[in-house]
Design a binder for this molecule. Structure first.
Ligand SMILES: *[C@@H]1O[C@H](CO)[C@@H](O)[C@H](O)[C@H]1NC(C)=O
Ligand SMILES: *[C@@H]1O[C@H](CO)[C@@H](O)[C@H](O)[C@H]1NC(C)=O
Ligand SMILES: *[C@@H]1O[C@H](CO)[C@@H](O)[C@H](O)[C@H]1NC(C)=O
Ligand SMILES: *[C@@H]1O[C@H](CO)[C@@H](O)[C@H](O)[C@H]1NC(C)=O
Ligand SMILES: *[C@@H]1O[C@H](CO)[C@@H](O)[C@H](O)[C@H]1NC(C)=O
Ligand SMILES: *[C@@H]1O[C@H](CO)[C@@H](O)[C@H](O)[C@H]1NC(C)=O
Ligand SMILES: *[C@@H]1O[C@H](CO)[C@@H](O)[C@H](O)[C@H]1NC(C)=O
Ligand SMILES: *[C@@H]1O[C@H](CO)[C@@H](O)[C@H](O)[C@H]1NC(C)=O
Ligand SMILES: *[C@@H]1O[C@H](CO)[C@@H](O)[C@H](O)[C@H]1NC(C)=O
Ligand SMILES: *[C@@H]1O[C@H](CO)[C@@H](O)[C@H](O)[C@H]1NC(C)=O
Ligand SMILES: *[C@@H]1O[C@H](CO)[C@@H](O)[C@H](O)[C@H]1NC(C)=O
Ligand SMILES: *[C@@H]1O[C@H](CO)[C@@H](O)[C@H](O)[C@H]1NC(C)=O
Length: 567
């Protein structure tokens, strides 16, 4: 009958559709990898010899006719807005795309993989409640006015370090294509055509936007503090280091803060040389020898690598062979834990640089949690309280902050460079806004030097696995464009009226537990004078020469408060 024939036709169509969709995830077809897999590929724009022609394309200043240009009041949203603009929506990673983890079903709870990439996460707003201040907000507490802002911020997303794990992984695949070739199937079939598309060290376009956006946000939150410069008849000095991405970081921040091209005329950007042997608070590892001795300066890397050696076994087994069909996904290459970390890093770096990475979809939610813990261990013991050289490296910035609080130049008992810090041209002491760009390791060293122990509340991180007993999470503290903000406030209702507090990525950090004389305060406030005197004591107790140059024995698993053991 017509009806039956029609049903049969529908059935055939359905079966065909199923066959086609099954074919698209076919794990039986093995693809031989091309000989170019893993080859480094790159482009170079602009072509050499090309320049902007400002004779034929004159700038606004030559053309004229700009129309009306009346200014308005400087924004002061931190002071005036009823709600704080937290960076915790999709905007924190726009325009990157990130898939759900491997194995997550249609009905699984959404899991944002980008928040589990340790220092490779894009920064996002952290809740004050994560460190114990349930009610605190970055908005200026009522009854207070902000008088000074100190910002220490990290560069945005970048390419990997030259010769790091992702590049080594590419070379391993390239070597395999030469040594008899390799073949892939299933989820790994993209590797048959994969090339290494990342450069090294530079900021990516998304990284630029992070620093630019941070500049925009800080102008909007704190722009009124510029009136202080106007009254004094000066423009600010903002600082950074000489590495290309650091210079571009400061430029992008300034572009966001002042506008393009206004930033070229409205701020002096001071570039401190970053190279071995030269003092620079923004690159203290160049002056702290023990930071470059593995048994002292990178004990975190060692234990993180050890943790990773066991954490990814089932994933490696899955990627190596399709257990369901007892069928290899890859032959001719044997994956190791090092490769698992490299592929996870490729997920992060390719997403930052290219907008998307096929590597991300290979890893499960558990893998991303382990990847984060790998970074938690690495940073806690390399640059946090578990490191014997963290506080010493952060001491330079600590001294500079205190110098700006007390209007007196610092002395030379750390990696800071007195050639600059002994001169108000290069080291002004009376700015209402300070903005220094640096690296994430230095931000963490600095937080350790500041004795902000609420960031590391709990027992030293367990070397075998995450016991969730410590408040430290790397992606919250050292992500791309992370920033440490100090608000100096005048609060007529308080005694004394001069108050201060610290924020990390919008989380207000309580100091009552680690700053003697600072009472518990729901807004994280403490007397300015008391905080300065606590920090002065902290400067005295951090022995830069011993921690950076002595021969002592340090081991992971201990909370050293960032200072070398006396042994
Ligand atoms: C894959 O191969 C197995 C074993 O040869 C076979 O049973 C299965 O039907 C094949 N699957 C597909 C999608 O071709
Ligand atoms: C690739 O092969 C070269 C030359 O044999 C070797 O030096 C290098 O260690 C290999 N690299 C990797 C990651 O396998
Ligand atoms: C301070 O910085 C200047 C400029 O980079 C450099 O020449 C000098 O050597 C530095 N001082 C020290 C002690 O490293
Ligand atoms: C630190 O290392 C540098 C470079 O190797 C060396 O010249 C210097 O003497 C070392 N400093 C100390 C105190 O050991
Ligand atoms: C994971 O695999 C490595 C290397 O094969 C092995 O040394 C380690 O014991 C394994 N760990 C676990 C928990 O199975
Ligand atoms: C991978 O490991 C297997 C088993 O240990 C070994 O037989 C094979 O030679 C290895 N392949 C490569 C490419 O290293
Ligand atoms: C450079 O740093 C060292 C500590 O490593 C310090 O002794 C020296 O005075 C500093 N020099 C200058 C010019 O800042
Ligand atoms: C710092 O400046 C003071 C006063 O100008 C000068 O006496 C001193 O020698 C300077 N110190 C250094 C290390 O440049
Ligand atoms: C700081 O040093 C520079 C270069 O030596 C000099 O031109 C400038 O006048 C100094 N600034 C002050 C305030 O002494
Ligand atoms: C600008 O701010 C600084 C730091 O708070 C302060 O010392 C100075 O008096 C202010 N200047 C003016 C003109 O208000
Ligand atoms: C640093 O914090 C700890 C508590 O975490 C506290 O015992 C210690 O006194 C603090 N150090 C200074 C110099 O305030
Ligand atoms: C540091 O001390 C250890 C143990 O006493 C010794 O083996 C090592 O040679 C010393 N290292 C240096 C650089 O003096």
């Amino acid at each position: 009958m017509m009806y039956t024939a029609y049903s049969a036709a529908v059935l055939v169509v359905v079966l065909l559709a199923q066959a086609i969709s099954a074919q698209s995830i076919d794990t039986n077809t093995t693809i031989t990898a091309s000989s170019f897999v893993g080859v480094a590929t790159s482009n170079s724009f602009p072509a050499s010899g090309t320049t902007v022609n400002s004779d034929l394309f004159p700038p606004e200043s030559k053309i004229g006719f700009p129309g009306p240009t009346p200014t308005g009041l400087e924004a002061a949203a931190a002071q005036t807005a009823p709600i704080y603009p937290y960076n915790n929506g999709p905007s924190d990673s726009f325009p990157l795309v990130a898939p759900q983890p491997w194995g997550s079903g249609f009905f699984s709870k959404a899991f944002d993989i980008t928040k589990y990439w340790g220092n490779l996460s894009p920064w996002f707003s952290v809740a004050s409640a994560d460190y114990g201040l349930d009610e605190a907000s970055p908005l200026i507490p009522s009854g207070c006015n902000i008088v000074q802002l100190h910002l220490l911020y990290r560069h945005g997303a970048r390419y990997p370090t030259t010769g790091a794990a992702p590049q080594t992984f590419a070379t391993k695949l390239l070597n395999a294509t030469k040594a008899g070739g390799f073949s892939v199937t299933g989820e790994l079939d993209f590797l048959s055509q994969w090339t290494y598309k990342l450069g090294a060290e530079l900021l990516t376009p998304f990284g630029r936007s992070q620093n630019f956006q941070l500049g925009v946000a800080y102008r909007q939150l704190y722009g009124e503090l510029l009136n202080n410069f106007t009254e004094a008849g000066t423009i600010p000095v903002f600082r950074t280091e000489s590495q290309d991405r650091m210079v571009k970081t400061a430029n992008n921040f300034a572009a966001g803060f002042f506008g393009v091209p206004e930033y070229l005329d409205q701020v002096n950007i001071e570039i401190l040389v970053e190279t071995p042997g030269v003092n620079n608070s923004g690159a203290p590892y160049e002056a702290c020898n023990n930071s470059n001795v593995a048994s002292k300066g990178s004990i975190g890397t060692t234990v993180a690598t050890k943790f990773a050696a066991s954490a990814f076994n089932s994933t490696i087994a899955r990627l190596q062979s399709q257990s369901l069909m007892d069928h290899c996904q890859i032959t001719g290459v044997n994956f190791t834990a090092t490769d698992a970390i490299a592929m996870l890093q490729l997920c992060s770096y390719e997403t930052h640089a290219l907008g998307y990475s096929a590597f991300c979809g290979l890893f499960s939610e558990e893998d991303f949690l382990n990847y984060e813990y790998y970074y938690d261990l690495s940073f806690y013991y390399n640059n946090g309280p578990g490191s014997p050289v963290a506080a010493a490296q952060g001491k330079g910035y600590l001294q500079e902050f205190v110098a700006r609080f007390t209007q007196s130049f610092p002395d030379a008992s750390s990696a800071l460079n007195l050639t600059y810090d002994n001169n108000t041209t290069y080291f002004p002491l009376n700015q209402s806004i300070y903005a220094d760009a640096t690296h994430e390791v230095v931000v963490l060293d600095t937080l350790t030097a500041f004795n902000l122990t609420a960031l590391f509340n709990g027992p030293a991180l367990n070397l075998l696995g995450n016991q969730h007993r410590n408040s430290f999470v790397a992606s919250k503290v050292v992500p791309f464009a992370t920033h440490f903000t100090t608000q100096v406030l005048e609060c007529p209702a308080y005694n004394p009226t001069r108050q201060i507090r610290f924020l990390v990525n919008d989380a207000v950090i309580p100091i009552s537990g680690s700053y003697p004389g600072c009472p518990v305060n729901a807004d994280g406030l403490c007397s300015f004078d008391n905080v300065v005197s606590v920090l002065q004591k902290r400067i005295e107790e951090i022995d830069f020469n011993y921690d950076c140059f002595a021969n002592y024995t340090a081991e992971a698993g201990v909370d050293y408060n960032g200072r070398a053991p006396k042994s």
